[in-house]
Ligand binder design. Structure first.
Ligand SMILES: CC(C)(COP(=O)(O)OP(=O)(O)OC[C@H]1O[C@@H](n2cnc3c(N)ncnc32)[C@H](O)[C@@H]1OP(=O)(O)O)[C@@H](O)C(=O)NCCC(=O)NCCS
Length: 189
């Protein structure tokens, strides 16, 4: 899948005004180090108003945002620009009241590429893949700074929560959910 994005480099070499491409594909295990580096950079740069440096540091000490199992299962998508990892989104299969669903994770975008639709494209791509496996309800634990994104994408706040980071620290999140009418029931399992 490829989406067209404006080239925001101040010195873009061809100077043609052409659009730089951002491609979305399934991450491989070799992407894990670049994904983790992107996730830390993204949160440090983009969530500083909502979380302290200590909270952000502890989050990455206590949580793997690029779990090998999720990557190996083909449930982590990566956005690339000029071959570099600039965004991600993943999901875990869940059941809600007996119905298939998905819990979204690891939605991060490079700080230099925000507000260009990258996260929206990644979330929709994840939802599409989960719907191919019959998911009709989606949940996520949103960082406080990301709530406007998910509202825009049709998610509603369900509850406020706190991730336990140990060391007496917690990480406030907003639990959000979205339900779709029907999944792509003719797709492969
Ligand atoms: C939150 C984040 C993923 C958004 O990525 P993005 O690619 O900039 O999002 P999009 O461009 O798809 O945004 C789509 C819409 O969501 C809303 N939105 C996104 N980011 C927003 C922000 N920081 N403030 C207010 N509204 C925002 C806007 O309505 C936006 O549309 P607009 O730009 O036309 O106004 C990105 O800022 C990020 O990586 N933050 C740090 C990591 C993080 O908190 N991840 C979320 C984990 S749950």
């Amino acid at each position: 899948m490829t989406i067209q994005m404006p080239d925001t480099r101040p010195d873009h070499s061809d100077r043609s005004g052409a659009h730089a491409e951002i491609s979305i594909s399934i991450a491989t295990i070799g992407d894990a180090p670049a994904l983790r580096a992107l996730h830390e950079l993204s949160l440090v740069m983009l969530a500083a108003d909502a979380y302290s440096p200590r909270q952000i540091h502890r989050l990455f000490v206590t949580r793997d945002t690029a779990p090998p199992g999720m990557i190996a299962a083909g449930r982590m998508l990566v956005a690339r620009r000029h071959g570099f990892v600039v965004g991600s989104a993943g999901w875990e299969p869940r059941r809600f009241d007996g119905q298939p669903g998905a819990h979204l994770r690891s939605v991060f975008v490079h700080p230099l590429l925000t507000r260009q639709g990258v996260a929206s494209a990644l979330v929709r791509a994840v939802e599409t893949r989960a719907m191919e496996r019959h998911a009709i309800r989606f949940t996520l634990a949103a960082t406080v700074n990301a709530v406007p994104l998910y509202r825009r994408l049709g998610y509603a706040a369900v509850a406020h929560g706190n991730l336990d980071l140990g060391d007496g620290l917690s990480f406030p999140v907003v639990h959000m959910a979205r339900r779709v009418q029907s999944a792509h029931i003719d797709a492969e399992d």
